[in-house]
Design a protein around this ligand. Structure first.
Ligand code: IPD
Ligand code: CA
Ligand code: CA
Ligand code: CA
Length: 264
């Protein structure tokens, strides 16, 4: 496979999906369903965008494995060969309630290593992407490697469950930082770290499709991504993550170590 050619092809799909999502916002009859609880929603657009990507992948690369949040495209239990990871709308609750602050993500891994990855900030029409060894970009502008600085010099992002389930730990992290910002879309929170608008994103366990696209881009920029106990991210599993510049990452891991028995 020619990676540059395939990435260009996929960028076209990502642009088309973004356009479809923007157009869908004026459709007042989008079907919304509850999944596990009232804040866990799926819309017909989540399913439609995932099916849109799957159809393109199946046509071009029929032997590749596909993991999609909304689909059951066969059980994927390994990262052997080429594996596509799709989160068609990340921040579905925001898509429904705010009509903003959501993104669409697609990444390609080969034997467990990120090859390329796209996070489409649909409303701002900004496509963040990285190609392994070729850097990370926002649209056509190359992103700079993030510098390293301590937790006390930046803002942090947390997910809602982190604040709710680990309040003492969350407070300790926020107190040492300059402040906290919550968006409600793992992809967009990771974009905040990638673009150095916040210094870290710290979470309770997130699904692999929530984090795999962002991790690929972050790694390309020299950011540190690990589980909250500082062990490597586990492929295909749920991971509580810390993604940050190196100093901030270390500061957060130190807090985690000191307070590991709090909030349990
Ligand atoms: C959710 C968002 C949210 C995170 C949740 C995810 P979804 O993804 O990324 O920020 O806190 O854990 O499930 O379901 O909207 O794709
Ligand atoms: Ca979901
Ligand atoms: Ca998601
Ligand atoms: Ca989703």
């Amino acid at each position: 496979m020619d990676i540059a050619v395939t990435a260009k092809l996929v960028r076209g799909w990502v642009e088309e999906a973004g356009q479809l999502l923007r157009e869908s916002l004026s459709n007042t009859s989008i079907v919304v369903e509850e999944k596990s609880h009232p804040s866990d929603l799926v819309t017909e657009m989540d399913r439609f965008i995932e099916a849109f990507y799957v159809e393109k992948i199946r046509k071009e690369f029929p032997t590749h494995q596909i993991i999609g949040e909304e689909g059951s495209y066969g059980e994927v239990d390994n990262m052997d060969g080429y594996v596509w990871i799709i989160d068609p709308i990340d921040g579905t609750l925001n898509y429904v309630k705010q009509k903003r602050n959501f993104c669409s993500m697609i990444a390609l891994y080969k034997d467990g290593v990120g090859i390329f990855s796209f996070i489409n900030d649909v409303i701002n029409e900004d496509i963040y992407y990285a190609i392994k060894g070729k850097g990370a970009y926002c649209n056509d502008k190359q992103l700079e490697n993030v510098t390293t600085y301590p937790l006390g010099k930046g803002l942090v992002a947390l997910n809602t469950k982190m604040v709710m389930l680990k309040p003492t730990l969350s407070k300790k992290i926020i107190q040492e930082a300059l402040g906290v910002r919550l968006i409600g879309s793992a992809g967009l929170e990771m974009v905040q770290v990638i673009t150095n608008r916040v210094s870290a994103y710290v979470t309770t366990p997130l699904n692999f499709w929530d984090v795999a696209p962002g991790i690929m881009i972050a790694s390309e920029l020299g950011l540190k991504c690990s589980r909250t106990d500082n062990s490597p991210i586990k492929m295909l599993e749920k991971n509580p993550i810390v993604i940050a510049n190196e100093n901030t990452h270390q500061d957060i891991i130190n807090i985690m170590k000191k307070t590991s028995n709090i909030d349990v």
